[in-house]
Design a protein around this ligand. Structure first.
Ligand code: C2E
Ligand code: MG
Ligand code: MG
Ligand code: MG
Length: 279
């Protein structure tokens, strides 16, 4: 054991290790600074319904870094989680989304657009989360019915009962919930019964294999049947080709998000998009 500890101690003082630790701390400081400086911004990726065209967007966070340029979540979500900064970051995103909904409410052509925001487990489980969200809605005047919170199956592992209670309360106020990356987690069926959900979001891995792999078609068809039986909306993410979209429609999925329609874009570009119904 002493030998083990000695080895660990040696490894700790390995200069490369030390450099990695320092880089991590520097990044955490940077995120903290970026949050204060308002460098985290939201981009919008359109969500399209087959018959209605553009119905809303998913909000995706970006970091407008002064030296490194525009960074995607890959570069900072993990570090923000480890540093205990993800709750603050998510709340900044949620705030911007609510402010945008309130702005659109005054524009007839955009007043019905919905926004979907990704929610991390640590924010959901924060003691005053529900109160903070309700206060935010009140302050911004955003219509809760146009706000959708995306949660992942892994988020539920922490404390399912507590998650259900909080989701129910928010749902009573009109907020909707979507299960992100659906089909990639573990106990899909059990929680489908217990959670107050509104939407299943088919993970992009199934969409990617849709054309070559018949089993993906079967999985998507089954997911759509399940969703329809449970009166849940279903949306596919990562739709990149017309062929995928056609197969999704053939298998019962009428809502799409993906590069075929648009990448996530800043507000001005999103508002300039003209997305027509598919049929
Ligand atoms: P996600 O919520 O599953 O979001 C979908 C991701 O797939 C986005 O990556 C989006 O840009 C990308 N995507 C969309 N359409 C396509 C497509 O057709 N093809 C391909 N290959 N990719 C597509 P992004 O923006 O890099 O975000 C990655 C992940 O970071 C998100 O996955 C989400 O889990 C997380 N994330 C993003 N914004 C937030 C946030 O505000 N808070 C938290 N906690 N997580 C966030
Ligand atoms: Mg998402
Ligand atoms: Mg997803
Ligand atoms: Mg994902």
């Amino acid at each position: 054991e002493a030998k083990q500890a000695g080895r660990n101690a040696l490894r700790f003082f390995d200069p490369r290790m030390q450099q990695a630790v320092q880089e991590r701390l520097r990044l955490e400081d940077e995120i903290r600074r970026g949050l204060t400086a308002g460098e985290f911004v939201i981009h919008f990726q359109p969500q399209i319904e087959r018959h209605r065209g553009l119905v809303g967007a998913e909000v995706l966070v970006r970091w407008q870094h002064p030296q490194r340029g525009l960074l995607t979540p890959f570069h900072f979500i993990g570090p923000a989680e480890r540093a205990g900064l993800i709750e603050a970051l998510d709340f900044v995103v949620l705030t911007q989304a609510c402010e945008q909904l309130a702005t659109w409410a005054k524009q007839p052509s955009r007043a019905a657009l919905t926004l979907a925001v990704n929610l991390s487990a640590s924010l959901l489980y924060q003691a005053d989360f529900v109160d903070r969200v309700l206060a935010l809605l009140k302050r911004t005047g955003a219509n809760p019915r146009l706000l959708k919170l995306e949660i992942t199956e892994s988020l539920l592992l922490d404390d399912m009962e507590e998650a259900v209670v909080r989701m129910r309360t928010l749902k009573q106020h009109g907020i909707r919930f979507s299960i992100d990356d659906f089909g990639t987690g573990y106990s899909s069926m059990a929680y489908l019964q217990r959670l107050p959900l509104d939407q299943l979001k088919i993970d992009q891995s199934f969409v990617r294999q849709l054309v070559e792999d018949a089993s993906s078609q079967t999985i998507i068809r089954a997911t759509c049947a399940l969703a329809s039986g449970l009166k849940l909306e279903v949306i596919a993410e990562g739709v990149e080709t017309e062929e995928q979209r056609t197969l999704l429609i053939a298998n019962g999925c009428d809502m799409f998000q993906g590069y075929l329609f648009s990448r996530p874009v800043p507000l001005e570009a999103f508002e300039a998009l003209e997305l027509e119904p598919v049929t």
